[in-house]
Design a protein around this ligand. Structure first.
Ligand SMILES: [Zn+2]
Length: 492
């Protein structure tokens, strides 16, 4: 070969006829999600003898010619390619250039390089560097850290939307959350499931750092590759550090846990779930303090006793649009919004009828009687004192995240169960959630006559969105001990 050998750092924009020797580190497909996942190109990351990393791309049209030769870890000579400027956003390497395969590109496996090529190359960033990069969309760095916990929504067989959240500890004592989505989440989940022993260390490449609620979150990208324990040198070093430090105590629980079992989540994690994720219905446990009860949004509404949708007032009666009934029977239901915080963040939560009634052992209609004022509709009265007094108290509650939470400008989370103030959620305390779970919470005694105001807020819609799929679990225990108390309690 007459062509001279050059390094990645020698490259300049334009056609390159010299030869580079490099190792193929990893590669992945770039697909257009907006066009049915159509393959656009293949991204490659390579490293040369100096440890310089270079991004390369092969267009979909040229890919068949090279596809069979793309093997991670193998060594190649490369020549006859184009060099151009890399995009300024989401940079995969420190170089400002990238390589494009052309019609003239020679890409040949190299059994023995002139000089030894590095086995691996990463662009690790520590916690504070990641914070500096967060939300800038400039770099997709790599991380290495200790795996503390994994939460997964992947079921067997996997459903449409999937997500895995890995709690990791990097260099500092703070933990960060790395999220993987869809097919990457499924692959990660299966990989972990297949392992005999839970891994301790993880290397994750090309991640996108984000700050949410003052906390660092890392989102996987299409270029993200994951390596456990000793699969990389970098991981191995940390692995042995951790092993040396190991107390020898048995691990507390298997690493892989499922959201389906109702995981505890911080409010920041919950918010991040909304910011970056899939629309699926999942329950989490949260503990938080009520910062503020939003009195401006009222505390109750008049619902159709048949379908639970918020009723509209006509001249002298209630109309249910859904039931197409101009003389619907109304039932007063709680609906209260609160700002709740923990030490990671704050979010808005909605308490619907069943949960609020259970917590205070008082129905909305009974509360309305307590507050009754002449000529004022129940919805227009001030907050019942027992609701106002929730401010400053801490509760442990279950939250359902549904598609509904993602579509609103006004983001709220639906509370589906609650432990009385700060405490453990009773195992069998799943209650009928009223507004969330409509049909079996009818009670003619809740009838409020013809006095519902017009409302700009469609509480009925949100209630029904929250209610889908909630029924099985919620209804199973209806009528069991805890909820009996609600039915029987009355204002004296
Ligand atoms: Zn109705």
């Amino acid at each position: 070969m007459a062509n001279s050998i050059v390094f990645f750092s020698d490259l300049k924009s334009g056609r390159c006829t010299s030869v580079v020797e490099a190792r193929l580190l990893r590669f992945w497909e770039a697909r257009n999600v907006k066009r049915g996942g159509e393959l656009m190109w293949m991204d490659l990351l390579m490293v040369d003898v100096n440890g310089t990393m270079m991004q390369a791309t092969i267009s979909a049209g040229r890919l068949p010619e090279y596809r069979g030769r793309l093997i991670a870890g193998s060594m190649f000579t490369l020549s006859g390619f184009d060099v151009s400027r890399a995009a300024q956003n989401f940079r995969l390497t420190d170089s400002s250039l990238m390589i494009r395969f052309s019609d003239m590109t020679s890409f040949k496996e190299l059994p023995a390089p002139v000089s030894p090529l590095p086995e691996e190359a990463f662009r690790f960033r520590n916690q504070s560097e990641l914070v500096g990069l967060a939300n800038t969309s400039t770099q997709l760095p790599d991380v290495v850290g200790e795996i503390l916990c994994v939460k997964s929504t992947v079921s067997d067989p996997p459903e449409e939307k999937n997500r895995v959240m890995v709690t990791m500890k990097l260099d500092s004592d703070e933990t960060i959350t790395l999220s993987l989505f869809d097919s990457q989440a499924v692959a990660f989940h299966k990989q972990l499931e297949a392992m005999q022993v839970d891994p301790k260390v993880m290397v994750a490449t090309s991640i996108n750092p984000k700050m949410v609620g003052g906390r660092l979150f890392l989102n996987a990208t299409s270029g993200t590759h994951v390596y456990f324990d000793k699969a990389t040198r970098a991981g191995e070093v940390l692995f042995y550090q951790l092993v040396t430090r190991d107390t020898g105590l048995p691990s507390v629980a298997p690493l892989l846990r499922s959201y389906a079992k109702v995981e505890t989540m911080s409010i920041a994690e919950l918010t991040s779930f909304i910011v970056s994720a899939a629309t699926q219905e999942i329950d989490f446990l949260c503990t938080g303090r009520v910062v503020h009860v939003d009195a401006g949004r009222g505390w109750c509404y008049v619902a159709c006793s048949k379908c639970s949708k918020k009723l509209e007032r006509s001249a002298s009666a209630f109309t249910c649009v859904r039931c197409n009934n101009s003389h619907a029977v109304g039932a007063l239901r709680y609906r209260v919004e609160m700002a709740i915080c923990d030490d990671t963040g704050e979010a808005t939560f909605v308490w619907f009828d069943g949960v609020m009634a259970k917590l205070h052992s008082l129905r909305a209609s009974e509360a309305a009687q307590m507050l009754a004022e002449d000529g004022v509709n129940p919805e227009d009265t001030g907050l019942p004192p027992f609701i106002a007094e929730m401010e400053g108290k801490t509760y442990t509650f279950q939250v359902r995240v549904t598609a509904f939470n993602f579509t609103e400008h006004h983001r709220t989370f639906t509370i589906t169960r609650v432990a009385e103030e700060h405490g453990r959620l009773p195992v069998d305390a799943v209650i009928n959630n009223g507004g969330n779970d409509d049909e079996d919470d009818d009670d003619p005694s809740d009838e409020t006559g013809g006095k519902a105001p017009d409302g700009d807020e469609d509480a009925g819609d949100s209630a029904s969105a929250g209610g889908t799929g909630s029924s099985g679990k919620a209804r199973r225990n209806t009528g069991a001990g805890p909820s009996e108390g609600v039915k029987k309690s009355r204002v004296v």
